[in-house]
Design a protein around this ligand. Structure first.
Ligand code: C2O
Ligand code: CU
Length: 464
């Protein structure tokens, strides 16, 4: 991890007694709650350091927490008070296609001064997030994202035992301000994407979270970084996983592998309990030593925790592999990769075309957003996609509108197949995913390293 350790140590970790979370604005008379994208100033470095010019929902980074109950219909009147068009995508929600918020595919981007009404039901309880989906590499990097939590019919944990950590890495310049000048850096685009030198948790550095012994806590981890993969080992704090990407795993489990990788856009929900009072850091793993991003301040509560609440089983349709439609996606390009034969709107990617179009990654040889879908299937059909990574970099592949199971990695069957909406794929790896295409519409399949997505790693499929 390349986050500057010295600047971290300068932080006064104790300055934040609690995780500052906000709830979304009050609903208006017609049942819509407002959500506004606008410019804002945020202190990303020291609490009394310089402010950065960012973009935030309701002027907050992250935006307000949007909380709903499973099955509820959300009515969100989104206003764009920025100087450029934008749209809002509700990441991981098995949503009505017209509300998916993908500018250029499911809607026109909302122009400055305009608004758009998002009305959709949330079918699954779990940890989701929302973010800008127009030039995401720029808009998400500047702060346009927030947490979307869908509660179970009866919430499993009391509000104070339900803790979220939305993690983001920011690239700050020497003055400690958000480095906007380096957005779009071609080096980042052709390599592992834009990564930062400052980590924030819910928009602040190293928060303290007050907990007590003898009860269970749910921890929702969200990777909101543009491109950074986070290394996290739940076993270090004795936590068990109860959900990935919003979908429950059925029963709390100790991970069979460690440390655990959380790719951009991925979420992991954990449960844990504390045995004795004191300070318990929660850390990312780095090459040298653990890197704490928050500290639990454990007060004395009960002696022993009661039984863990039952974690619901996932309710998604099971793929019918025998009748599946098979597709193959070849990922190429980038630094140290094959680029020469890739095309942009029919033209070969020469150096000049690359500089003009900023395209340098390809799916099945194409770097532009394709007019034709990658595939088209009928509603209810099982889809199997082999994604073949012939690049020198890992990627975080995301399906819109559907969760899938990873069933095979480079020829070996995968033992545990939790539902996910984003999977990590290593260099020279092939990953096979399967899902039932039960949600009609036009859906993206793209790399969630947002520079890669913009530079060619975006395609779409259709369910009719
Ligand atoms: Cu969170 Cu198209 O993505
Ligand atoms: Cu990628």
């Amino acid at each position: 991890m390349t986050i500057d350790r010295r600047s971290f140590l300068k932080q006064t970790a104790a300055a934040f007694a609690a995780v500052p979370f906000l709830t979304a604005g009050a609903a208006s008379a017609d049942g819509f709650r407002e959500l506004t994208a606008r410019k804002t100033k945020v202190r990303l470095a020291d609490p009394d350091g310089p402010t950065s010019d960012l973009w935030g929902y309701d002027g907050k980074v992250p935006g307000p927490v949007i909380r709903a109950k499973r099955g509820e219909t959300l009515r969100i009147r989104f206003r764009n008070e920025l100087d450029e068009p934008t749209s809002v995508h509700w990441h991981g929600i098995r949503i009505d296609n017209a509300m998916d918020g993908v500018s250029g595919l499911t809607q026109e981007a909302v122009k400055p001064g305009d608004s758009f009404d998002y009305v959709f039901t949330v079918p699954d309880a779990g940890t989701y997030w929302y973010h800008a989906h127009n030039k995401s590499w720029n808009e998400v990097a500047r702060g346009l994202y927030g947490l979307l939590v869908v509660d179970e019919d009866e919430p499993l944990f009391a509000p104070e035992a339900d803790i979220s950590f939305v993690l983001d890495d920011w690239l700050l310049d020497d003055s400690g301000r958000f480095d906007a000048a380096s957005l779009g850096n071609m080096m980042d685009w052709s390599h592992g994407g834009r990564t930062g030198n400052r980590l924030t948790v819910n928009g602040v550095s190293r928060p303290d979270v007050v907990v007590e012994t003898g009860r269970w806590y749910r921890i929702r981890l969200v990777n909101a970084c543009n491109s950074r993969i986070l290394y996290f080992d739940p076993n270090r704090i004795g936590a068990k996983v109860i959900a990935y990407d919003g979908q429950p795993v059925g029963e709390a489990r100790k991970l069979g592998y460690s440390p655990h990788l959380i790719g951009p856009a991925q979420r992991v929900d954990l449960v844990l309990t504390f045995n004795r009072p004191g300070a318990v850091p929660i850390s990312l793993e780095t090459e040298d030593k653990p890197y704490p991003f928050a500290t639990f301040r454990v007060a004395k509560g009960r002696e022993a925790a009661p039984a863990l609440p039952a974690i619901p089983a996932p309710g998604l349709p099971v793929p019918d592999l025998a009748a599946a439609k098979h597709f193959k996606l070849l990922m190429e390009g980038g630094a140290m990769g094959r680029i020469g034969h890739l095309t942009y709107e029919g033209k070969p990617i020469t150096r000049q075309v690359m500089m003009q179009t900023r395209r340098m990654w390809g799916f099945n040889g194409i770097t532009n957003f394709p007019d034709e879908p990658f595939f088209s299937v009928r509603r209810g059909e099982t889809v199997v996609i082999d994604t073949v990574n012939q690049t020198a970099f890992p990627h975080a592949m995301h399906t819109h509108g559907h969760h899938f199971q990873v069933i095979d990695r480079s020829g070996s069957e995968v033992a545990e197949t939790p539902w996910r909406d984003t999977f990590l794929i290593g260099p020279e790896q092939t990953t096979r995913i399967a899902f039932v295409a039960d949600n009609p519409g036009k859906w993206l399949y793209h790399c969630h390293m947002l520079e890669h997505a913009a530079a060619g790693m975006t395609t779409w499929f259709e369910v009719t």
